[in-house]
Ligand binder design. Structure first.
Ligand SMILES: NC(=O)c1ccc[n+]([C@@H]2O[C@H](COP(=O)([O-])OP(=O)(O)OC[C@H]3O[C@@H](n4cnc5c(N)ncnc54)[C@H](OP(=O)(O)O)[C@@H]3O)[C@@H](O)[C@H]2O)c1
Length: 235
């Protein structure tokens, strides 16, 4: 099969965006409910693997935040598929890598001007100034590979998240002089579409912990790998 050229990929991307726009009303119902309740919650649509969609959302965010810039970017989007050593294919590896790793770097790059704008208006380090939070996973830890055998069934996911952790380390070093902090965060094993019903925690149980970790971030935590309770995880 002939690979898609740049123009064709953009067209595919635009068609996909049109599809997701139709689906927004159906998909994000809980968020829509919240945004009706709280006027400071703005819902914007983003496909993280689509360059045009990233550009569009950056403009929309810029219109909302204005001269204040953006204080906190949470790279939360992620996908997973079951793929053991026997099942894994090059295609699955690349798809998961694109969404869980490449997209986080591209989204971050696109938001840098807004993060820098916010950073210029404050001092110290943390979410009060400018921060990038990469949603990682315990499954990414190279030191804990033996301890978590169930992750042997998700080769592409854990490898992509390990690479995401390297993005965190690079950004933390690169953006320190701009006053922009970057960490990797493991949110806990949670009952979501991805986490499944077997997960020991509901999202609501982890959120206070996650918010408290974000609130306490400072220079000391720049470039770290933390869990939802603020514990440092081994790389
Ligand atoms: N749940 C856990 O136990 C757990 C543990 C460790 C780490 N994490 C990480 O936490 C993050 C959130 O996971 P979750 O448990 O909430 O998973 P989830 O229930 O499957 O939700 C994943 C989210 O990512 C979005 N997404 C996927 N592809 C996207 C794309 N191309 N563009 C924009 N958005 C996209 C999905 O949007 P749509 O619904 O619109 O597709 C959905 O909102 C992920 O990065 C995951 O790896 C989760």
């Amino acid at each position: 099969m002939k690979p898609l050229g740049k123009e064709e990929s953009v067209r595919v991307c635009e068609t996909e965006m049109a599809g997701t726009e139709l689906a927004l009303e159906e998909k994000a119902q809980e968020l829509q409910q919240l945004s009706k309740q709280y006027s400071n919650i703005k819902l914007l649509q983003l496909d993280v693997v689509c360059e045009n969609s990233i550009k569009k959302v950056v403009k929309e965010v810029e219109e909302i935040v204005g001269d204040k810039g953006l204080n906190c970017l949470i790279n939360n989007a992620g996908i997973n598929v079951l793929a053991s050593l026997e099942e894994v294919t090059a295609e699955t590896m690349l798809t998961i890598y694109e969404t869980n790793t490449v997209a986080q770097l591209m989204v971050t790059k696109a938001f840098l001007p807004l993060l820098r704008k916010a950073a210029q208006l404050s001092t110290g380090m943390g979410c009060h100034r400018a921060a990038i939070i990469n949603m990682s996973s315990l499954a990414a830890s190279m030191q804990l590979v033996q301890a978590n055998e169930m992750f042997l069934k998700v080769y592409p996911y854990r490898i992509a998240k390990t690479a995401l952790n390297m993005i965190t380390r690079c950004l933390a070093a690169d953006l320190k002089s701009d006053g922009i902090l970057c960490i990797s965060l493991h949110p806990g094993w949670l009952q979501t579409d991805m986490g499944g019903n077997m997960a020991p925690m509901q999202v609501q149980e982890a959120i206070p912990g996650i918010l408290s970790v974000l609130d306490r971030l400072g220079e000391k935590e720049n470039g770290s790998f933390l869990d939802w309770q603020g514990e440092t995880l081994p790389w």
